[in-house]
Each structure stands twice: as C-alpha cells, then as structure tokens.
Ligand binder design. Structure first.
Ligand code: MEV
Length: 315
C-alpha cells in the first residue's frame, strides 16, 4: 500500500438543460478545464482523528463546519468501504469557485474518492465513483440529477439523461463561450426545492415548461452536430426566458445576460443552479468573445473565462 494517494477532477459548465434534467429531460454539459480540484491523502499519525487541509477550513475533520458535512460523510463512507482504520490527512486544492454552478461540490467529491482509491492502489470503476459522489451530492444538493457528478469526472462533453448511460459526444462548433461569474453564491439546493414546489402547485403548466427546456436541449444538440452557432444561441436565449419564468434567474444574472447580448453575443443564459453563480454567452469569434468578456467585467462580473467549443482549442 502506498502512503500517499491523489485524485483530480475538473469543474463543469451546463450548456443546456439545468433543472429540467432533475425531471428526466436531457442536459448538455462539458468539463471546464480552467477550474480544477486536486485532493491528496496521507497517513496522519495522531490520536485526534482525520485532518482536513483546505482554503476553507483546516483542522480536525469531525469538527469541520456544517457546510462540509458532505465531505465528512464521504470520508466516513470511503474509510468504511475500503476498511481503512488509520487516521488520514486529506488536503484539498480547488480553483473552482464554490457555489457558482461549476459543480464544485461534485468535483471535490470526485477528487477525494479518486484519492482514496489511489491511496490503496485499487482500481475505481465509474459506478463506484458515481455512487460515492452521489451520496455526497445528496447531502449538498438534496435531489441531484447526477449531471454534476458525471460532468466533473469526465474529460468529454456529455449529453445526459438521468438514470441512462452517459452519451459522450464531440462539441465541434465554430464559436466561443464566455463564462462570467456573478460573484454571488448560487443557491442550487433552494432553487431545486422551489422549482419542485412550483411543479407540485401546477404540474401541467410547469411540466410543459420543463418539457420545453428538454426540447430546446435536443435542438441545441442538433445545432452542435450541424455546427450551427446561431441555432444553438437561439435555443440558449429561449431557455433563459423559461428559466427566468421558473424563478431560477436573478436580477444580476439578467443584467449580465443583457450586457452580453448588447455587446454582440449570439445568445446568453444562466448556467447551473441559478440565482447567482455563473452565466454563459456565445460569440462567433474570439475577438467578439474578448469584447463581451470586457463588457461583462465592466458591468460587475467577478471573473470571466473564454473557452473554444471544439473547433478552437481551449483559450
Ligand atoms: C446543478 O449544477 C444542476 C441542476 O440541474 C441540479 C441537478 O441537476 O442536480 C440545477
């Protein structure tokens, strides 16, 4: 057995289908390589128990704040599953902004699970990985569809339908995506719950909107396959209208989305859990993407990133 283990993962961006994916509609997500997590595991010779080292909290794991309950539970499960009795020191380095719709909690759970299996030099199947991440995600998000777990552990874009095998496909579209962080913590858990309440109150009306989001995701996939950025952008804009109607957007996301469109974006929408977190915009050229990114920063975005969508390499 090695006395050291390491696991990595990446952030994710949902292009289309957030929230509707919880109700069985498809979603498209891809790994966001600009944001990563590295977890490392060492034996910790002490009587005080497992230790966590992270920018958010450093100290005895069992005394970590409630917001890290998912990690505490994950470590407990992994130690039990892998029959590890000695105390460990778990170090987490993350460049994924927390609670911004980039799948930070799933990415941390993925990297930690990989580190544990690496520590024991045991092979980790995709199923074992996702089972562990999903337990942790249930604590973090309440009713996760599994898309964050799938996308943060994947190196390929995925077309995801809850409960179905993953469908990996190529993002090969001649356009650039701008990602902008509102700087406001997203509220995935609360928003998923609120959408569920809306759905319970009016299953027909809300169910139709959710189905419409699913239809737009299928349209987006066709646009990607045909390398048609305009059609993809149209699907994004229509999805944003529905997401807003379902109370998933918020004022600042709306401001940034309008700013992106006014600066020449083909389309723009929120990404991920909503009511904060990040928005995305589609631009035809890299120069346009840079102009849009600049306008978003001037409008108050906390950070922006530009990513090529397959035809162009990552920027
Ligand atoms: C969060 O990144 C995506 C949501 O659709 C929730 C989920 O699918 O678990 C909002």
């Amino acid at each position: 057995m090695a006395n050291y283990g390491q696991g990595e993962s990446n952030g994710k961006i949902i292009l289309m289908g957030e929230h509707a994916v919880v109700y069985g509609e498809p979603a498209i997500a891809f790994p966001f390589q600009a944001a990563k997590v590295v977890a490392s595991l060492n034996e910790h010779i002490t009587s005080s128990g497992d230790q966590l080292v992270s920018s958010y909290y450093t100290g005895i794991l069992r005394d970590a704040p409630h917001s890290l309950k998912n990690i505490k539970q994950l470590v407990f499960n992994l130690k039990k599953e892998l029959q590890i009795e000695q105390s460990l020191e778990l170090t987490i380095h993350s460049t994924i902004p927390a609670e911004r719709g980039m799948g930070s909690s799933a990415a941390v759970a993925t990297a930690v699970t990989r580190a544990f299996y690496d520590y024991l030099e045991q092979p980790l199947s995709r199923e074992q990985l996702l089972t562990n991440v999903q337990i942790s995600e249930k604590i973090a998000h309440g009713n996760p569809s599994g898309i964050d777990a799938a996308a943060t552990s994947s190196l390929e874009p995925i077309y995801f339908v809850k409960g179905h095998p993953f469908d990996y496909f190529s993002l090969n579209i001649d356009a650039f995506l701008i990602v902008a962080d509102t700087g406001i913590k997203g509220q995935t858990r609360a928003v998923v719950k609120d959408v569920a309440h809306l759905f319970e109150k009016d299953q027909q009306k809300v169910g139709q909107k959710i189905q419409q989001l699913g239809y737009l995701t299928r349209q987006a996939k066709k646009a990607i396959v045909k390398n048609n950025p305009e059609h993809l952008a149209q699907a994004m804009n229509e999805a944003q209208l529905i997401l807003k109607n379902l109370t998933i957007s918020n004022d600042f996301l709306d401001v940034l989305i309008e700013t992106a469109r006014d600066s020449g974006a083909l389309g723009a929408k929120l990404t991920g859990g909503g009511r904060g977190g990040c928005m995305i915009a589609l631009a035809q050229t890299k120069t346009k993407a840079q102009e849009i990114s600049e306008a978003l920063l001037q409008a108050g975005a906390a950070a922006t990133w530009i990513q090529g969508l397959g035809v162009h390499t990552y920027v």
